[in-house]
Design a protein around this ligand. Structure first.
Ligand code: NAG
Length: 195
C-alpha cells in the first residue's frame, strides 16, 4: 500500500511484466516504457484501483488489451503505444475515450478510438470458411461426376454385351423369362395365402 510509484522507464528490461505487480494496490504511477518487455499485459491490472498513470509504451507487449483495465476509475493517463498488441480495444469502456496516440504503433490493434475498423478480422474469419466450402463442393462435384461416369460405362457395357454378343443374348432372355414367371408365381401364392 505504501509504494505509490514505479518508474523503470528507459532501461533494458526484458521478459514479462511480473504478475505480482497486481498486488501493489497503492500504485499511482507505473512507468515501464522504453524497455524490451514482452508477453501479455497481466489480466488483473484492473485490480490496481489507485492507478492514475500507466505507461507501457515502447516495449514488445503482445496479446489483447485486458478489459479489466477499464475498471480503473482514476486512470487519467494511459500509454500502450508502440507494442505488438492485437485484437479489438475493449468496447463500451473508458478505454475508448483515450486519445488515439494511446494505442498507435500497434499494427494489429483496431476499434475505437483508432480509425481502423474490424474489417480485417471479418475477412480473416471468412477466408478459411470459404476455402473449406470450396474444397467440399469440388469434392462433391468430382464424386457425382465419377458416379455418373461409372454408371454410364457399366450400363453401356451391359447393353452392348446383351445386344451384340449372341452367347449372352439367349441366357439373358431366359433369365428374364424365369424372373417374370417367378414374380407371377409369388404374387399368386400371396393371394392364395390371404384367401
Ligand atoms: C515514462 O517515462 C518516459 C521516459 O522516461 C516519459 O517520457 C513518460 O512521460 C513517462 N510517463 C509517465 C506517465 O510519466
Amino acid at each position: 500500500m505504501l509504494l505509490t510509484g514505479i518508474d523503470f522507464s528507459s532501461n533494458h528490461l526484458t521478459g514479462k511484466i511480473p504478475k505480482e505487480i497486481e498486488l501493489l494496490f497503492g500504485l499511482v504511477l507505473l512507468n515501464l516504457s522504453r524497455n524490451s518487455l514482452n508477453g501479455e499485459i497481466i489480466s488483473n491490472t484492473g485490480n490496481l484501483q489507485s492507478l492514475e498513470f500507466l505507461d507501457l509504451s515502447r516495449n514488445h507487449l503482445s496479446g489483447k488489451i485486458p478489459s479489466s483495465l477499464s475498471k480503473i476509475d482514476r486512470l487519467a493517463m494511459l500509454d500502450l503505444s508502440n507494442n505488438d498488441l492485437d485484437g479489438k480495444i475493449p468496447i463500451g469502456t473508458q478505454l475508448e475515450s483515450f486519445d488515439p496516440v494511446t494505442y498507435e504503433g500497434n499494427p494489429n490493434l483496431y476499434g475505437e478510438p483508432l480509425n481502423k475498423k474490424c474489417q480485417e478480422e471479418t475477412t480473416e474469419d471468412q477466408r478459411p470458411v470459404a476455402q473449406v466450402s470450396d474444397d467440399n463442393s469440388i469434392f462433391l462435384e468430382a464424386l457425382y461426376m465419377s458416379m455418373g461416369i461409372g454408371f454410364f460405362t457399366g450400363f453401356c457395357g451391359f447393353i452392348v454385351s446383351v445386344l451384340f454378343i449372341s452367347s449372352y443374348r439367349e441366357p439373358y432372355s431366359k433369365f428374364l423369362n424365369s424372373l417374370v414367371i417367378r414374380i407371377y408365381l409369388i404374387k399368386n401364392s400371396l393371394y392364395m395365402a390371404r384367401g
